[in-house]
Design a protein around this ligand. Structure first.
Ligand code: ACO
Length: 330
């Protein structure tokens, strides 16, 4: 008998505080019109200073567990995809276990830039298929405001904070669930998007702080060029691996980094707007949070049904890119 990971629950969280383009006009030399036309973003949600990645992850996870009808004690494993863990160690997954469960549960953080959630879903799916794990909580949570330089207009306008969580469960002989994925990393492009200081390469010091190396650095133009190639490649290759084509796809849920990057993929595949989930206008780029947020919004709009073929696709730091194909429901 073959086992497959089906999605039993989905939960999301975005902090209540909103930073809109006009607020940013007071922080850096920018304007609403530039931000909207170049990125599609109008506002983003920003966590409170004391609100951490684990706090956001917990809120999203509780909603996903509730929908799945289970508690943290029913979980066999927790994977938290994040680029902004509460601390480098202990892991955010271990922190989350302590909040959600009364008994120990295996858990690990996964770092793969904005593609982290796609990687985490595939790893959880493979663990479930192996038969060793039955229920896995997969979380994508990032507090990008904690590594954003609000004096740098080239990055400050892009990012927001959020979390999303999925409960995956093993079901026998089902046509539903995670059908397969396509994952790639190419470190030769690593310097296009990085957090230079704070690791073993450049430990935090007064000098690194003085130079602002604890903030995210990005070559926007080169990242853009990479993204417009990587997203369509990941969609096509992911679908090919599971024996499907773009025509079979009911909903594309792309990483929300820039509306122009999403539009390029939509044009390439000649997609009707109801086959694409877009909500970048209200959240900006929340890294591993974008896909669950967009998926949840599409679901609320009645665009995700039992049996829908949903393609999640992302790219990000690493460089990394990838897709996962899910037949929704169970
Ligand atoms: N407001 C006003 N002007 C600005 C701003 C701003 N916020 N930012 C840049 N500009 C100016 C530039 O200085 C430049 O001025 P110049 O022509 O006088 O030199 C002009 O606008 C054009 O700048 P570009 O960088 O060429 O603008 P572009 O259209 O490429 O948009 C952007 C920049 C939005 C960053 C785009 O390149 C992009 O979205 N890149 C991809 C980003 C991305 O996907 N990141 C993924 C992150 S994933 C993760 O892992 C976190």
């Amino acid at each position: 008998m073959t086992k497959r990971a089906v999605v039993k629950g989905l939960g999301t969280y975005a902090p209540p505080r909103i930073l809109n383009n006009h607020d940013l006009e007071r922080l850096v030399d920018t304007n609403d019109e530039w931000i909207v036309t170049r990125t599609g973003i109008r506002e983003r949600h920003i966590a409170a200073p004391e609100e951490t990645t684990a706090d956001m992850a917990e809120k999203a996870s509780r909603l996903a567990l509730q929908e799945a009808g289970i508690t943290g004690d029913d979980l066999d494993f927790i994977i938290v995809a994040t680029n902004t863990p509460d601390t480098l160690f202990p892991s955010t997954a271990a922190r989350l276990q302590a909040r959600l469960a009364d008994r120990p549960v295996g858990g690990v953080d996964l770092q793969a830039g904005c593609t982290g959630l796609i990687y985490a879903i595939e790893m959880a799916s493979a663990m479930i298929q192996s038969g060793s794990y039955q229920r896995i909580l997969v979380v994508g949570a990032d507090k990008l405001s904690s590594i954003t330089d609000y004096q740098d207009r080239t990055t400050a306008v892009l990012f927001g904070d959020a979390a999303g969580a999925l409960v995956l469960e093993g079901h026998e002989d089902t046509e539903f669930g995670v059908l397969g994925s396509y994952l790639k990393a190419d470190g030769r492009g690593g310097d296009l998007l990085s957090l230079p200081a704070g690791g073993s390469r450049l430990p935090a010091s007064a000098a690194t702080v003085e130079e602002g190396l604890h903030y995210l650095k990005m070559n926007g133009n080169e990242t853009f060029r990479f993204a417009v190639k990587a997203m369509p490649e990941a969609v096509e290759e992911g679908l090919k691996r599971v024996g499907l084509t773009v025509e079979d796809m009911d909903l594309l849920v792309p990483h929300q980094a820039n509306l122009r990057i999403i539009d390029a993929a939509v044009r390439r595949f000649n997609l009707d707007p109801d086959r694409v989930a877009i909500n970048i206008e209200r959240y900006g780029n929340t890294s591993v949070g974008t896909i669950p947020l967009a998926l949840e919004d599409a679901r609320r709009e009645g665009r995700v049904h039992r049996g829908s073929v949903v393609v999640l696709v992302a790219f990000g730091a690493g460089l990394t890119w990838g897709s996962t194909i899910i037949r929704w429901g169970y």
